[in-house]
Write a protein that binds this ligand. Structure first.
Ligand code: SAM
Length: 157
């Protein structure tokens, strides 16, 4: 297995997605929900100084009227993150990959769940690690492998 190891800081890194497309999950895609970019755009217009705001609103108001309440719908999708794709799974992971409110589009954060020693492998969980050994193995079989993490080796009958 390839290994991604890292330093001991709690926020390990911010990773960027290279494309925003639907991928087979074995490639290690990452499900995302991001705030509506349309809403962000209207908030930006709202903050413009007076003459520019007036000008911009002449163009944006018809779109806002047409969209109605749907303008603030968040977007959901799956993205490919090259760094996260290098991270092996563990049923007792030491890190977690997710998008925080402050992460902008195309960015996600890997955060340590506990202190990680220099040189220690950084692992995330691909599944709900609260499941039983059999349930975890069944889900991971769908990813195409049998889990050999320390917890599974320990729980293996
Ligand atoms: C997203 S890749 C992870 C990076 C990969 N190890 C590499 O070198 O490119 C997922 C693959 O890594 C292997 N893998 C990841 N976690 C594993 C684990 N806990 N036990 C066994 N194999 C694992 C499996 O072959 C799996 O299909």
């Amino acid at each position: 297995m390839g290994i991604l190891s890292a330093c001991s800081s709690s926020i390990i890194c911010k990773v960027h997605c290279t494309c925003f497309t639907f991928l087979y999950r074995r490639v290690c895609a990452f499900d995302l929900v991001v705030a509506s970019p349309v809403e962000d755009y209207f908030l930006y217009i709202d903050d413009l100084p007076y003459p520019e705001k007036k000008e911009a609103e002449k163009i944006t108001q018809p779109y806002l009227d047409a969209l109605g309440e749907d303008y603030s719908n968040c977007c959901q999708g799956t993205a490919f993150f090259p760094l996260q794709s290098c991270m092996n799974h563990s049923c007792c992971p030491n890190a977690k990959a997710f998008k925080r409110e402050e992460d902008r589009d195309g960015q996600a954060t890997i955060i340590a769940l506990r202190p990680i020693c220099n040189g220690e492998e950084v692992t995330i969980s691909y599944i709900d690690e609260d499941l039983s050994f059999e349930e975890r193995q069944a889900l991971l079989a769908d990813y195409g492998f049998r889990c050999r993490c320390p917890r599974c080796l320990d729980e293996e009958p």
